[in-house]
Structure formats: C-alpha cells, structure tokens
Design a protein around this ligand. Structure first.
Ligand SMILES: Nc1nc2c(ncn2[C@@H]2O[C@H](COP(=O)(O)OP(=O)(O)OP(=O)(O)O)[C@@H](O)[C@H]2O)c(=O)[nH]1
Ligand SMILES: [Mg+2]
Ligand SMILES: [Zn+2]
Length: 358
C-alpha cells in the first residue's frame, strides 16, 4: 500500500525489490539538486538528502553521482537522508559542460521520453536539432521533437517539413501556448510510470509546456517579450508529479549542448545508408573517389548542411578510428556499467511497457 506513492513516481518492481532486499534503507527518487543537496521523494513524502564524504571519495566518475530522476537508497530517519547507493539507470542524458576542463554533466536519469523543444521563431535551427537528437538517441530515452511557438512561425508548413527531413523516425508535435494548440497530442505521451524530460534553448517555452500539461502554474516562466534574448528563467532541473501519475522533468535552457557522447549513426541513418555504397569501407566522404554520400549532395538528394553537421558531430564524438562494436561497448559501460546492467535495463523497460498497456 505504502509504495503506491512511488509507483506514481515511476518505481518499477526492480527498484522495489532492490529496496526490499535492504530493509534498513529507504527507496527515494531525486526531484531536485542544488549544490550538493537533493530534494527527494520517498514513500512517506518529500525530504532532503545529501552525499556522505565517503560516497564522494569513492566516486571516480562524476556522472555516477545522483542526478534528477535517479532512484537512490537512503540511510537515516531524520530530516536529512544520506545517499548510500544509486540504483542502476535505464537511461542517462548527459552533456559536456563548459569550463576548464570541460566536465560531463548529467541532465537527467531514468527518463523514458525526451521532448526536444525548439521554437519556430528565430530559434529554429536544424543543425541544433540534429545535435539534440544525437544526444537523446545516445541516452537510451526516446526523442520526440516539440516545435513550440507555432504562432510565431514565419513559414509553418515548410518548417515542419524541414524538421521532418532531419528527425528521421521521430515524432514531431507542433504547439502554441498562446493559441492552445498541440497539447492534446503531447498528452498522449504521458502516463503513470512514464518520465518525460524537457530540453532545449532558453526561452523556447519548456516551463510553459510543463505548466500547461500539469494544469497549474507550478513553474516560473519568463514574462519577457519573445525577443529571443538569452534570459534564463529556470535555474535548476526539477521533477514534477502529474496529478494522475507520471513525471515531468523541467531543465534550464542551454546556450549550447556540449557533446559528451552522441549516437551519430542513428541520427544520420540516411547518410549511413548512403555510405554503404561508397567505394571505400572507411570513406570519410571528403575527397575519396566513388563516394556515394558526396554524389547525393551533388544531385541534391542530401543537404550539404546536413553532411557538414554529420562531420562536425562525428569529430566531436571522436569516432575516428573506432569500430561500431567499440563504440557500442563504450556506450554500455557508460550508461549501464556493463553488459549485465544493460540487460537489466532492457528487462525494466519491458516491465514498464507491460504496466502501461495493462
Ligand atoms: N508566442 C508564444 N509565446 C510563448 C509560447 N510558449 C511560451 N511562450 C513565452 O515564451 C517565454 C519563455 O517561456 P518559458 O516557458 O519561461 O521558457 P523556458 O524554455 O522554460 O526558458 P528557460 O527556463 O530560460 O530555459 C514566456 O514569455 C512565455 O510566455 C508560445 O507557444 N507562443
Ligand atoms: Mg524554464
Ligand atoms: Zn563516402
């Protein structure tokens, strides 16, 4: 009965079993994180949690520290819980944060669907969309493109077509908060146990979308004009429970999405398909003879802009000289801590599907 609350927050059998095997600890989900302090939700409600020095000391890879969306086990019965363990993740959205040196930064963990939000005014940019798609495909969550501010679109139909041409195999939903359109379609992705994260540039209307879907002004939004000035209204990541179950994670807008790792092949599936016909197996599509990719640019079947975007992302990810098998192994290790972790994550996804359809 008690765990009912955490079911609404998306807990699956896996987390409940894990937690039951350590009865002296409490299962919790991280809902905000600010400077080393966490707000978490447990079966008895919200509380604060922190990391012990020992936990921090034992952490080699900072992306394994608890982040918004994580399921954790806590010790302590008083107001301040102490994080003992971060449970295995099903997905991990990460970026490279600016700084010297640049560091990996987790945007959210255990996300099922990511709403990649892009406004249809001057914010509209296909190469940026490709960047976001590559990061989300890599995360193991499912991307959905949300084109916001449709009321400000200079050429609505054409913009949707262009977005479709780069978001291969991805749903695209257009919304307008001022005209109240598109929200019924967005609601179809919500449901008990489903966690959705909102990412995108500052000012595109992420918090406005969350407020509309929740049905009340739970988040602060900017009341500035739509002048595309980079004013950051949301300052930290925050998970919000929907009245009927399901979790929305709002994030602060990003000036630029630094690439920690990305699934370039999946994002540019059209180019990968063309590359099969290149004369050389290791064709870089620069100056090799018999290059099918460049041929497609020449005939107009492939946008030159898209090829450039593909090259840029491949370089950033550092794919050069790695086989797809090596790339795959890297990904398994990074998100799931190895093959067995990945297998467990797949099982958990299946369980969720069952719960949703049942
Ligand atoms: N015209 C129009 N304005 C919108 C729409 N959606 C949001 N806005 C306005 O855009 C501004 C920014 O909205 P927010 O929801 O705060 O944007 P955000 O993406 O959360 O921004 P950050 O928190 O800074 O990342 C506000 O003034 C909203 O009222 C829309 O569909 N059409
Ligand atoms: Mg916001
Ligand atoms: Zn080629």
């Amino acid at each position: 009965m008690q765990s009912h609350n955490l079911h609404l927050w998306g807990a699956t059998e896996r987390q409940l079993t894990e937690s039951a095997s350590q009865p002296h600890l409490h299962l919790a989900r991280v809902i905000t994180q600010e400077r080393g302090q966490y707000t978490v939700v447990t079966e008895s409600g919200e509380r604060t949690a922190m990391l012990s020095g020992k936990f921090l000391y034992a952490t080699e890879d900072i992306s394994t520290l608890p982040a918004v969306g994580d399921w954790i086990l806590l010790a302590g019965d008083d107001d301040m819980g102490v994080v003992q363990q971060v449970l295995p993740r099903t997905s991990l959205i990460a970026r490279k944060a600016v700084g010297m040196p640049p560091r990996p930064q987790v945007i959210a963990a255990n996300v099922d669907i990511v709403f990649i939000c892009m406004a249809m005014n001057a914010n509209f940019n296909l190469s940026r969309l490709e960047r976001y798609l590559a990061v989300v495909w890599e995360s193991n969550a499912k991307p959905v493109v949300v084109l916001t501010k449709a009321d400000l679109a200079p050429d609505l139909e054409h913009q949707i077509e262009r977005a479709e041409s780069v978001a291969i195999g991805v749903d695209i939903v257009t919304t307008s908060a001022t005209e109240h359109t598109g929200f019924e379609r967005l609601r179809q992705y919500l449901g008990t146990g489903v966690t959705i994260a909102f990412i995108g540039s500052s000012g595109v209307g992420k918090s406005t979308l969350v407020n509309t879907l929740v049905g009340s002004e739970v988040l602060k939004t900017s009341h500035l004009r739509n002048d595309d000035q980079g004013r950051h209204t949301t300052t930290h990541r925050e998970a919000i429970l929907l009245p009927g179950g399901g979790v929305l994670i709002d994030t602060p807008g990003m000036r630029e999405l630094g690439i920690e790792s990305a699934d370039v092949d999946r994002t540019f599936a059209d180019i990968e398909e063309l590359a099969v016909s290149c004369r050389f197996n290791d064709c870089t599509h620069h100056s090799e003879p018999g290059c099918a990719v460049r041929a497609a640019v020449e005939t107009g079947d492939l946008d030159h802009r898209r090829l450039e975007s593909y090259r840029k992302l491949s370089n950033e990810v550092g794919y050069a000289g790695k086989s797809s098998r090596q790339i795959g192994e890297q990904k398994l290790n990074r998100i799931f801590g190895g093959r067995s972790g990945a297998k467990a994550a797949r099982k958990q996804f299946k369980e969720k599907e069952r719960l949703r359809s049942g």
